[in-house]
Ligand binder design. Sequence first.
Ligand code: FES
Ligand SMILES: [Fe+2]
Length: 352
Amino acid sequence: MQTQAYKIADIRTRGINPNYWYVVARSTEVTDKPIGVTLWKQEIVLYRDATGTIQALEDVCPHRLVKLSEGQVVGGQLECAYHGWQFNEMGRCTAVPYLAENQKLPNCQIRRYPVRELDGFVWLFPGEEDADLVEPLGVPEWDHLNYIATVSVIDCPGHYSYLIENLMDMHHGHLHDNYQAWASASLLNIETQEARVDAHYEAQSYYRIDKIWSISQLFFPALRRLHPEPLDVSYVYPHWVSSLGQDFKIYCLFCPISETQTKAYLIHFTSLNAFWRLHKLPVVFRRFVKDSLFGSAQKLLDGLVEQDVAMIEQEQQAFLKNSRQRTYELNRTIAKVQRLIYEQAQRENSLD
Ligand code: FES
Ligand SMILES: [Fe+2]
């Protein structure tokens, strides 16, 4: 048995390993009107350039240190709201409206972040290492015609460790009552690797999505029948993925903001894989089915998030009141998750 090299209190203020791809926005949020986002205390401006490509720069105008996200995009250049200096996607100054003939453009350089638009989300790499050597997790079901998606945004007033522990701990179904897709989870085994923890549970699922009418189980509780299904949850640093049998897949994409604030995107997919007849229909029709059912689990997902966030907020407040207060844990998964957080944040160049 490994000894614990950290105190729980250390976990609650731990920084992030920045050499991974984090999710900072949904694709649709980024237009040619700049927006500001925060990833672990770093303020970043996102915008689309003249070709529609998303760019990410530090959200600070080098002239007087105001926010560039309050400016606008003009001819593909990011223009500061204050004096109208313009910057290209490399973060170099390209124009100053009042530059005299005998003056040169200031030789300033704004920090530029590797950023990718993938599967409906904006992925950003805040680290110093080579971003091309690490692949973003991605959400392959996002564009797949057999999956119906629902997205819920989590604004969580707590450290990211509380949120990932909540997601990895399937024994808190008690909290969710009517909203939960499963019951009676029992932990079978846990596997750990350098950057992931996989916990395998056996649970009782309420849903069996095998006939087209069975979709209505999502809306009418009386149609649900409990039956055993594997429930797998994985911390794929820094994100979370879960599947319940063949029918459901959920992702939680993380954007840790500070020691006491975390943003995340919860994406729920209902699989239509079992409907082979549907797959023979023209792609246009299948696309129509996918798009018209988008968001069909919204009430369920938002309800779950609200209940979880309320608990996490209390955990965070209790920690702030007394960081040495002892807590008790029976789920072995949590210790593995905490060790991973500790070790990842321990690495060279991690952000505190
Ligand atoms: S502060 Fe940005 S242009 Fe002056
Ligand atoms: Fe939950």
